[in-house]
Write a protein that binds this ligand. Structure first.
Ligand SMILES: Nc1nc2c(ncn2[C@@H]2O[C@H](COP(=O)(O)OP(=O)(O)OP(=O)(O)O)[C@@H](O)[C@H]2O)c(=O)[nH]1
Ligand SMILES: [Mg+2]
Length: 331
């Protein structure tokens, strides 16, 4: 009989160490995790197995059922690309804007939901959640129970927090956390069926953004820059001719009236302010100039966003210009 790893969903196998689901033959009987998940959970160590996912299969598997879908979207990564797979799903959808704990305290859920409806898609069932501080976890679980759903898919882009949400549901039901979670793209590799309080949840592998820092940087760098905790907004005043360097990832040149930029990014990032004419950081990167009205967000996919308060000229140097999108301010 085939046995699946409860952490990533792969079928356990002892034939090939470089493939998913590997575990030594003598351990297969007594183990619920593959070697990769075991090392990731206990030592934070990542193996180099192939993490390619067949996304059409993931969508088709959902669409051939009538099961409702919890579709998670990372609150720091609200952009059009999220809608691509959402629109392909025909079943009843609940949109869960995840990692609400990361936004600075005091920001109201209603405001974020209205923003999402106005700017992206207007459906009835949209909630903010946090699997880390349990925001709305009981509310959503009770709602699903009330609806008497028997089977529910959990879908969304990689790293949106799908497996973390299911672990939070487990905890709510006084069970130990089981599913492997990590900020490495594609932690979940196959569907995972898990029964929680009488509902069969199906965790699915996350979709990959076409353009994201996830695809640009290696895993150790990613772990350093991905936002994890509540953001302390970094505000930098800028005058005409000022530049800001963010790590070795991003450079911003500013022209215009005195202005302020609010950086909603990982608190640990290093910023350096300098006069544009004096330094030549990241000049080998691509660059693009934006003439922006005030109250706009410059979103850097995967990294977070920068709010521009008043109108001004912004020139951005970054390895891949497709990472940038502009939207009306969220906060
Ligand atoms: N701050 C915060 N971090 C979260 C939350 N949910 C998930 N994370 C973190 O986000 C990363 C990805 O979480 P996962 O649950 O593995 O994401 P996933 O959607 O299952 O990802 P794949 O399996 O790759 O599709 C992990 O580092 C989590 O700790 C949340 O509510 N708040
Ligand atoms: Mg997962």
């Amino acid at each position: 009989m085939t046995k699946k790893c409860i952490g990533c969903g792969s079928i356990l196998q002892s034939n090939n160490k470089s493939l998913k689901g590997y575990i030594k033959e003598d351990k297969i009987e007594g183990s619920i995790y593959c070697e990769n998940c075991f090392k990731l959970i206990h030592y934070g160590k990542l193996s180099n197995i192939n993490r390619e996912i067949d996304y059409n299969k993931v969508i088709n598997n959902i669409n051939k059922t009538k099961y409702p879908v919890l579709f998670l979207i990372d609150i720091l990564n609200l952009n059009e690309e999220n809608l691509k797979y959402l629109k392909l799903i025909k079943n009843k959808k609940y949109i869960l804007l995840s990692k609400f704990d990361i936004l600075p305290k005091g920001i109201k859920e209603g405001k974020i939901i209205k923003y999402f409806k106005d700017n992206f898609i207007n459906i009835d069932d949209i909630y903010c959640i946090s699997g880390v501080n349990n925001y709305n976890i009981d509310k959503i679980f009770n709602l699903l129970k009330e609806k008497k759903y028997k089977n529910i898919f959990v879908s969304g882009f990689t790293n949106a927090g799908k497996s973390t949400l299911l672990n939070a549901f487990l905890k709510l039901n006084n069970k130990n956390e089981l599913i492997t979670t990590s900020s490495i793209p594609n932690t979940t590799l196959e569907n995972i069926n898990i029964n929680i309080g009488g509902i069969n949840f199906i965790d699915t592998p996350g979709f990959k953004y076409n353009v994201s820092l996830y695809n640009e940087l290696d895993n150790s760098k990613l772990l350093k820059i991905l936002p994890k905790k509540e953001l302390k907004v970094k505000t930098i005043q800028v005058r005409d001719g000022d530049s800001i360097l963010v790590e070795d990832i991003l450079r911003i040149d500013y022209k215009g009236e005195i202005n302020s930029l609010n950086f909603y990014m990982n608190n640990k990032l290093q910023y350096k302010k300098f006069k544009t004419k004096n330094k030549r950081y990241l000049e080998n990167f691509n660059n693009k100039e934006y003439i922006l009205e005030g109250k706009k967000d410059i979103v850097i996919s995967g990294l977070g966003f920068i709010k521009l308060n008043k109108k001004g000229n912004i020139k951005i140097y970054i390895n891949n210009l497709n990472l940038i999108s502009i939207r009306d301010k969220m906060i």
